[in-house]
Design a protein around this ligand. Structure first.
Ligand SMILES: O=C(O)CCC(=O)C(=O)O
Length: 257
């Protein structure tokens, strides 16, 4: 799947692009079945919500399951990522962020590079975060909020938050968010299951708690240029992949079995 000139421009200008109808219902249903199995595993790579104890984030999925490994290398992620960042990309991270009905908790305002730099010593904000919705995402069930163009302001000062949720996150302070939103507004990323969203490493984003009765699961793969790999190794492999060889596109047959 190749991005057209308008979509490439959207990423450059706004820092994100939303691509509806990328994966079929059959593919998403198979992925959801695999997700249920993954959530039952007792592993520290399944991080639970602070209050409800349900899975918040299941990580390291390409290391844990064939179908998620194939999804990670799927041409619908891989080809657009190559168009934007070139062909030498490694898998930095894979996860499903769940946000369960009624209980899914907040992701504070942040941009991914603050964590990639702060925790892993990634030199430059070149990683791409590529999502696929496993549920219909609406304004009600905790969609991601983006501040368009915020990636153009460089890296806003960030502070490590280990208190709000069970997932440590480098977050942007409210005064900076206020300024960025005043100048650029906020958009929410919604669409049907099977929608793909791509966004850049410096884009400020977050999401509110899910108080709706609808679950909201989103798969995420972060691909990073091989020559921009991590230089610090404090986090486990399920949070930052250690195989820095360039990936190839998968045959992705397992998505349809
Ligand atoms: O899943 C969400 O709502 C937010 C996830 C996120 O911001 C991230 O993975 O960087």
């Amino acid at each position: 799947m190749k991005l057209n000139a308008t979509q490439l421009k959207e990423i450059e200008e706004n820092g994100y692009v939303i691509l509806p109808d990328c994966f079929s219902n059959e593919e998403v249903n198979n992925l959801r079945k695999a997700m249920t199995t993954i959530f039952k595993e007792k592993t520290e790579a399944n991080i639970i919500e602070k209050s409800s104890g349900v899975v918040r984030t299941a990580m390291g999925l390409h290391l844990r399951s064939k179908i998620f490994d194939d999804l990670t290398r799927h041409p619908k992620f891989f080809e657009p990522a190559c168009q934007i960042r070139g062909h030498n990309l490694y898998i930095q991270q894979t996860k499903i962020n769940v946000k369960a009905a009624f209980t899914g908790e907040v992701w504070q305002w942040h941009y991914d590079f603050a964590t990639h730099f702060g925790e892993d010593g990634v030199p430059k904000p070149l990683a791409l975060n590529l999502h696929v919705f496993f549920d219909k995402v609406t304004e009600f069930n905790g969609p991601l909020f983006f501040i368009p163009k915020s990636h153009k302001y460089g890296s806003a000062p960030s502070k490590l938050d280990t208190v709000t949720t069970n997932y440590p996150l480098w977050v942007v302070d409210q005064q900076n968010v206020k300024t960025l939103v005043k100048e650029n507004g906020i958009v929410s990323a919604h669409g049907k299951a099977g929608t793909v969203v791509i966004f850049v490493d410096n884009l400020v984003h977050g999401s509110a708690q899910n108080m709706s009765p609808m679950d909201r699961a989103i798969f995420s793969v972060i691909l990073n240029p091989c020559d921009n790999a991590q230089t610090k190794f404090a986090r486990p492999e399920y949070k930052h992949g250690r195989d820095f060889k360039p990936i190839k596109a998968s045959s992705y047959k397992s998505l349809l079995i």
